[in-house]
Write a protein that binds this ligand. Structure first.
Ligand code: ASC
Length: 152
């Protein structure tokens, strides 16, 4: 029993220790990584669109609904970044700069996540003006990354 536990513990410890290094190894195939990141960004875009409609006055403001949308945006904003393994630009809009300028790409992803955090805080105030401002900043951070790292 003791032996079995030690073996399991070693496997668990090794797995945890390897996590930051092996983010890409989560995906068996490059196509799986592409699908994963595109799915997260697509869901993020869908929920940005819903909040965008409220911000533009095309849909009535409902605090709980916006908070729910922003919760999803926040979760999705964390997901794409482990899913850009080298070589995963083939047949996608991903620019080679994602891999040749990784620091800048990472900074852009962190900027976007930081702006999403502010949108999350704004959504909890119930103040549509604050939500509008924060939403604009998130959109700008999306655009900045697309301009630099995504082909049209
Ligand atoms: C969105 C969305 C994007 C960005 C981008 C900002 O809502 O789906 O891709 O904002 O349009 O310019």
């Amino acid at each position: 029993m003791k032996r079995a536990f030690s073996g399991l513990a070693l496997v668990a410890l090794t797995a945890v220790a390897a996590l930051p290094l092996a983010a890409h190894a989560q995906f068996a195939k490059v196509e799986d990584a592409i699908k994963y990141r595109q799915s997260a960004l697509s869901l993020m875009g869908a929920h940005m669109g819903r909040v965008g409609a409220v911000v533009k006055g095309q849909r009535p403001y409902d605090k709980a609904a916006v908070e729910a949308d922003v919760t999803i945006i926040e979760m999705m904003s964390r997901l794409p970044w482990s899913a850009f393994p080298p070589g995963s630009d083939a047949n996608t809009k991903a620019k080679p700069e994602i891999w040749s300028d990784q620091e800048k790409f990472q900074a852009a992803s962190e900027k976007m996540q930081a702006e999403v955090q502010k949108l999350s805080a704004a959504s909890r105030t119930g103040d549509l003006a604050q939500i509008r401002t924060a939403f604009g900043a998130v959109g700008q951070s999306c655009k900045a990354c697309h301009d630099n790292f995504r082909n049209r």
